[in-house]
Design a protein around this ligand. Structure first.
Ligand code: SIN
Length: 551
């Protein structure tokens, strides 16, 4: 069968213009938008679902920052570097941990309420890999929801922030000199701006969140289809560390065939003293690491997988029965309701848990100001790779990263605008000259199946080669573009998932070692001599390449 090749973004049906387009409505996107507006720039926020549907709202545990007595940015830095297994960019981590506490205070000033004691001091919990209580939380286990509420309210209160909801970004527009000149997008709805449109802009900030939907079971919502990474690759930007997919150790196990977004059981539950046990009640993490159940996330996920193999079972258990009902109700109301909704009462029963895809430690490569390798294109939050996470993100560092680097990006855009360095307004003839094979919406399930089987928690050359072959075969399928003549959102989502899955698999195949959350059965050891480096993927003329970073 012949591959069907077409522009991802057909001729726009409508156009608009602004200074900066921010894509995404999580903590990174909305913080960037608010800071830009405060400097007087025109901002358009584009979001795939509703403004309050960003992936931030799913975050349970909290936001890590050295706010507690006796804690210091230096200690936070040490824990982050250890979790990152030799691949963190120390300078980026230093920015995170030193600017983090003030950024959290500004978030509070924006309106976010964190749980506090009677004297008003912020309550802090622990999560995996942290040697101190360092995680601020809200609503017990609804931290993301509270941060999202505060930022959405602030954005809505600013009548000058224009918002386009239900809009999937397609491709970057660039001017004749290759500078960012806007983007194309597909709006689903019943408004003036339905269908494919183009927004001219002088800078674009990608804050599109993750790509967890490349796997069958994930903690990510259905909209996390790697759209930002796919856009960046098609625009020629560099993407890095894609092989480091973090599998959260404790996701509620709903059966072997469970698919789509799965309920998270926050690490904070272990931080407050719940134990991981096997069916015999043995605490199998004790003795495997000095922090036992609170070891960095990759180590706990591996510990669970090993025990599942040894015992021939499909899940382990989390035991928080000793908390008692009042603590469950007050400290973890979201998780309690979620478990009970699935017929498990954590007050009296063990919670079945297994690892599931959770977080992309890699993403679009940026510097410390959020610049990608394409002029005027920025990336922030999970879609970005600032170098903070290395081979394995430390728990609850992601909201902090989104916050800190969003502020840096806004400051950089404002400074570049004042210095006359942003792409000039009114670029005529901006192009999104990208030709790709579009996949039928049905390809999504096949991509997820291939990736789960071949490139999941445990990987080998054999399993990954099967996944790579399966992915390659998909592009030879005829592209039924969906409903009617025009491709639909589901068509582009499948196409984006395919591109990021292909790049992820290529990087995971190339990295012949086990490091952080990349676990190769055929290369079980860490190999610093060869692999203490990043893998960089990029695409030119539809040819995807993945190479070790040159030093
Ligand atoms: C959790 O609450 O366990 C998730 C927090 C995170 O992913 O950082």
């Amino acid at each position: 069968m012949t591959a069907v090749t077409r522009l991802t973004a057909p001729a726009p049906g409508w156009t608009a213009a602004t200074d900066v387009v921010v894509v995404g409505s999580g903590v990174a996107g909305l913080t960037t938008a608010l800071r830009l507006r405060a400097s007087g720039l025109r901002v358009l926020v584009v979001t795939k679902a509703m403004l309050d549907d960003g992936s931030t709202r799913w975050a349970q545990g909290g936001i890590a920052a050295a706010l507690g007595e006796g804690d210091t940015p230096e200690q936070h830095l040490d824990d982050t570097l250890v979790a990152g297994a030799g691949l963190c960019d120390e300078e980026a981590v230093r920015v995170l941990v030193t600017e983090g506490p003030e950024a959290v205070r500004r978030l509070i000033a924006t309106g976010a309420h964190f749980d506090a004691d009677a004297e008003g001091s912020i309550l802090l919990t622990r999560e995996g890999g942290h040697h101190r209580r360092r995680i601020a939380h809200a609503g017990g286990d609804a931290t993301g929801a509270e941060i999202s509420r505060a930022l959405v309210e602030a954005v809505r209160a600013d009548a000058d922030v224009e918002v386009v909801e239900h809009a999937l970004v397609l491709d970057l527009l660039t001017d004749a000199e290759g500078r960012t000149a806007g983007l194309t997008l597909h709006v689903m709805g019943e408004g003036q701006r339905d269908g494919v449109g183009a927004v001219q802009a002088r800078a674009v900030v990608l804050a599109t969140g993750g790509m967890g939907q490349v796997f069958s079971a994930t903690t990510n919502p259905a909209v996390s289809t790697g759209d930002g990474v796919a856009l960046a690759l098609r625009a020629g930007a560099e993407v890095t560390d894609l092989e480091f997919v973090q599998f959260h150790p404790t996701v509620l196990w709903l059966g072997p065939d469970a698919e789509g977004q799965q309920p998270l059981i926050s690490e904070a539950v272990r931080g407050e003293g719940a134990h991981l046990v096997d069916a015999d009640g043995t605490r199998f993490m004790v003795g495997q690491h000095e922090l036992a159940e609170l070891a960095p996330r990759d180590i706990v996920a591996k510990g669970i997988m090993r025990r599942m193999r040894e015992t021939g079972t499909e899940h382990m258990y989390l035991d928080g029965r000793h908390f008692g009902a009042p603590m469950w109700e007050e400290r973890f109301p979201t998780i309690l309701a979620s478990c009970r909704g699935h017929g498990i009462d954590p007050v009296t029963q063990l919670i079945p848990v297994a690892p599931a895809a959770h977080y992309a430690s890699g993403g679009v490569r940026t510097d410390l100001r959020g610049h990608t390798s394409v002029s005027g294109l920025y990336a922030c939050g999970e879609v970005a790779c600032t170098g903070v996470h290395g081979a394995n993100r430390l728990a609850s560092n992601s909201l902090l990263e989104g916050l800190v680097f969003a502020e840096r990006i806004a400051a950089d855009i404002v400074a570049r605008d004042r210095a006359g360095k942003l792409t000039p307004r009114h670029q005529d003839g901006a192009q999104a000259a990208v030709r790709v094979p579009l996949l039928a919406p049905e390809a999504r399930a096949e991509i997820q199946r291939l990736m789960t089987r071949g490139v999941g928690v445990l990987r080998s050359a054999v399993t990954m080669a099967e996944a790579a072959d399966g992915l390659a075969a998909l592009t030879a399928e005829p592209a039924d573009t969906g409903k009617g003549e025009q491709p639909q959102v589901e068509t582009w989502e499948a196409t984006n998932l395919h591109l990021v899955a292909t790049a992820l698999t290529a990087a995971a195949l190339l990295r012949e070692e086990t490091r952080g959350c990349h676990w190769r059965e055929d290369f079980p050891d860490r190999d610093d001599a060869t692999w203490r480096t990043h893998l960089i993927s990029s695409q030119q003329d539809s040819l995807l390449t993945t190479l070790p970073q040159e030093h």
